[in-house]
Write a protein that binds this ligand. Structure first.
Ligand code: AFD
Ligand code: MN
Length: 387
């Protein structure tokens, strides 16, 4: 029987990377709602991300998105982040908003556009060199909307060429993380639509090319934890983009739609040694807080991950293995569900207090006055968003 006291050492290792863009305005193609207190600058985004870490101890790094987070001096930005108790993390390239990329970026039929997309990623590597970031994350919106629109086979060759040129520019302690998504904004085919395609390109590139699994990027009903188990077994699960969805890439608060799925995913991460083993998968959030306040939305998210990780760590793996080996279907399922049904909220409150953190980070944040302060201070300027 695994008790909460048995898992605290492992639970302390939980580190979740928050996305800078979660603190800016975001929305859907129908409307992007502004809200008081939204950051106007990259530094204000980092200050808000640092608040999430301050109240929870769970979010020590902030992912950047280029050009949304363009600044003149990234070394100075890294120092600013450090002064606020966090560090700069993954650098996300963006080849999905420039008009030149309407018909694709790395897979565009025009070699000049492909060149531009490669160069943008090389520029992102320069940012990484300045910030000390390890991961370059590439998500391509590339694809087509109609059969016959493009040669889907040749696009794979162009993609491989571009990725190889980018990969060659990485230093030995940097990684290329290739994210897949089954549809949207392309609707007929996407050039990196699934884990297999990402894996094939990463395997061709080398050891420091790995897959990013965004939990919102699968068709409904996909067994995501199987993909996790497979990629971990192949040594190619680089990172997650955690969020939750009811229908598509909804980018909702992770765990909000299906905490059981998040639990099952973390069981496979832990079982495969990708949680606190030698090469852990990076646990990132990729969410948009369209109608809820952003900092509380991020607090809710990291706390949801912490709760499911705690439950997954409580899984009695020895008893489970015995029941599995014995073919005892119901016993194995019951052992699995016992861990999921374990309410760890009281234990987590004590865990936090023992580490000088508020027992209830959300309540502490709401009482702190930070939200009121930023809403009062951040008047004027242009609120940050997806641009
Ligand atoms: C969008 C994409 C993808 C990517 C993110 C940041 O769907 O998830 O990781 O933007 O670039 O959400
Ligand atoms: Mn993502």
């Amino acid at each position: 029987m695994t008790t909460f006291a048995d898992i605290t050492g492992r639970l302390e290792k939980l580190a979740i990377e928050v996305p800078s863009w979660a603190y800016g305005n975001s929305g859907t193609r129908f409307k992007v709602f502004g809200s008081p207190g939204t950051p106007r600058t990259v530094k204000e985004k980092i200050a808000d991300a640092a608040a999430v870490h301050r109240f929870t101890g769970l979010a020590p790094s902030v992912a950047l998105h280029i050009p949304w987070d363009l600044v003149d001096d990234y070394a100075a930005l890294a120092t600013y982040a450090g002064d606020h108790g966090v560090r700069l993390g993954t650098v996300n390239s963006n080849t999905f908003q420039d008009d030149d990329y309407k018909l694709g970026s790395l897979t565009n039929a025009d070699p000049a556009v492909r060149r531009k997309a490669v160069q943008h990623n090389l520029d992102c590597i320069e940012v990484m060199n300045a910030t000390g970031s390890r991961d370059l994350k590439i998500w391509l919106a590339d694809g087509t909307n109609y059969p016959g629109q493009a040669d889907i086979r040749t696009r794979q060759d162009w993609l491989a060429e571009g990725l190889a040129e980018i990969y060659a520019q990485l230093s030995d302690d940097q990684r290329l993380v290739l994210e897949y998504k089954f549809f949207e904004p392309a609707f007929y085919h996407t050039d990196v639509p699934d884990w297999g395609t990402s894996y094939v390109h990463c395997a061709a590139l080398g050891d420091r090319a790995v897959v990013c699994l965004d939990t919102g990027h699968h068709a409904p009903g996909t067994n995501i934890e199987f993909i996790v188990a497979q990629l971990v077994r192949l040594g190619k699960l680089g990172s997650f983009d955690f969020n939750s969805r009811f229908y598509a890439d909804d980018d909702l608060i992770v765990g909000a739609a299906d905490p059981f799925q998040l639990f099952r995913i973390m069981v496979e991460v832990i079982r495969g040694g990708a949680y606190d083993g030698p090469t852990p998968a990076a646990l990132m959030l990729d969410q948009c807080h369209n109608i809820e306040k952003k900092i509380p939305g991020q607090l809710r998210s990291v706390l949801n991950v912490q709760e499911m990780v705690a439950r997954a760590l409580l899984l009695d793996v020895d008893a489970l293995a015995q029941a599995q080996q014995a073919g005892d279907v119901l016993a194995a399922n019951q052992i699995y569900m016992d861990a999921f049904y374990t309410d760890v909220r009281r234990d987590l409150a004590g865990f936090r207090e023992e580490r000088g953190l508020p027992a209830d980070p959300m309540a502490a944040y709401l009482a702190s006055g930070y939200q009121e302060q930023i809403e009062a201070d951040r008047v004027g300027g242009t609120q940050a968003g997806w641009n």
